[in-house]
Design a protein around this ligand. Sequence first.
Ligand code: MOS
Length: 740
Amino acid sequence: MTNTGSVLGRPVDRVDGPIKVAGRARYAIDVTLPNMVYGALVQSTIAAGRISRIDAARALSAPGVLTVISHDNAPRLEAGPMSVLGPPPPPPFQDDRVLHHGQHVAFVVAETPLQAAAAARLVEIEYEISDAVVTLEDPRATVEPNPFVPDQNRGDVARGLQHADVAVDVTYRTAPETHNPIGLFATVAAWDDDALTVYDTTQFPTNIQAVLAAAFGVPSDQVRVLAPYIGGAFGSGLRFWPHVTLTALGARMVGRPVKLVLTRGQMFTSIGYRPPTVQRVKLGAARDGALVAVDHESLEPLPKEDFFAEPVTASTAKLYACPNVSVRDRQARLNVAVPSWMRAPGEAQGAVGLECALDELAYELHLDPIELRLRNFAHTHPGNGLPWSTNALRECYEEGARRFGWSRRSFEPRSMRQGSQLVGLGMATGSLPYYQMPCEVRASIDRTGQAYVGSAGTDIGPGTYTIMAQVAADVLGLPMDAIRVELGDTRTPPAPQQGGSGLAAALSSATFLACRELLQTVLNAASADSRSPLCETTAAGRQPRAYSPDDVRASNGHIALAHDGTRHDTYVEILQRSGRPAFVALGKSAPQQDSNTADGVFSAKFAEVHVDPDLGRIRVTRILSVIDAGRILNPKTATSQIVGAAVGGIGMALLEETLSDPGTGRIANATFGDYLIAVNADVPDVDVLFVGQPDPANPLGVKGVGEIGLVGIAPAIANAVFHATGRRIRSVPITLDQLL
Ligand code: MOS
């Protein structure tokens, strides 16, 4: 499978690094088209009610203004199709209702960005205000089960809790967080008759294509979506957002290309957020630490008329061997903007509730927190009894404990000091489901020996271009610089969303299959051509034998027979003799999970904090993430994923919180000055260790590294804060006022 001297598994530099550093990578925000004009959004200043009057006269007479669109003059737009992410979002501007603060209510198009922004302030809107329900605590909120995240029950939790020697019953809260990619989201839309071209900030170009085609009633092959480079997204680019429709609608109405760039403030209201959760966790254990009951319930917000699903409590049911388990996710209908998936959606919050509660249980039992988890390690999937396809969670604990120096930790809280600082060490488990979607890749090679692999998937930053080039270079036996990778264009074969940590498995599999197929095509040509050294001389009347990719060794553009290295040929010569300009092949990958095994991505997270006993100031001084994500295609980019996710975890633990006014739902800290994100000074060196084996779920053994790095960081830090101070803070972020 792997050629000698392969780049696969090596820490190669990002292939897109040089053009990004040089400023030559063209993001949606950089796109400028001839005759292009600019859009600006007007957003509601109330959380619930009706628009009783819109007066656009002043805006329309302002300099450069071409149109003002609202529900008054918007055409009927159809909702998109159901996607793998769920039901389509409601199209914008279809009636006068306001369902949340910050809802788009008008769209101004003008000659320049400043003219559009200035005119947006001149649109006069009168509202009829209704009572808004904006907080999870509001008794008027209707609470529903999440239809996409089924409850899981086994055994008898009530009985288990009754018979437990030790029990905890605790409520944890996680704050809402806003994805804050550095790159502002931008959309450029241009119509040419009924053909629409859109440059967008998205993790899912084929879904943008499908929703826009439905909205405007044009065939989807008339809609081309381009997203070759994305300035970060963390999940905020998964859903289809209404501002994309508005940009295309504006372009249609003024007959010119339109560009919209969200402001930083609008990034807080227009592209989702990690919803807050309130979680009640009840745990019961026997004196030896064996869990006898686990009950985990989560409540999070849901908008009035849209859909959102993330699994907050699902991992709880599979992570530990326990006979009596009940978990359920609930959602409260509120006048809030629709949340979206944010890096490790659901699991990141759920791990705070479960892993902090387990730490509390460990103290009740007077048992080391790692020992408690080892005693409850699930040797098989505890729900269905299936063996794990691969699961190196025990190695995560054991290797992590050694590397982190866990044995030097004293059990008692507030027992370790360094100088004036209290020192705390904490840990937590993190897991995610393994996830793979169908995916296609086109591969080709030309007469100069240059190969190409392309797909409509995106690279939001994890290194997708790079691993695709590595897989292609490996299978074809070509140097990295002989591979051109194209991503983020719906004219290439379809790919799933870059989400759920699943794109590496999908794309590497499809790239592998496409390149194998391409190599087979090249070998077929060689074996049919008597001038090729790879052509088998055969007895008269018999077809020449065609070698398969397994029969050859390819490297540096040469293809040699595995059993006879003296017989070799080159891509360039085979192609030139064939008289064809290029060979092309398509690879299609699909999930091939074995129904006889259970799968998952696993990790253990370790954190050390120093807490100032007088000021309550918390510094994270060390982080170790031990990860079982199957085979690591590129340890450099994979490590960056785990480090970056740890930074997000530090933000979740100590800093990030989107604050909104409980009366109006207005977000009060929608700026980088007020919304705190972990910066370099907040982040220590993050140590990363990969353990485990390639997973048989796909040809290359990949499980995905995009999100696992975040799950467990916040509870590991919260548990370290308890160990340092003896204070159990049952909400994140933990701020110094709570510790004083
Ligand atoms: Mo991730 S939240 O699935 O982009």
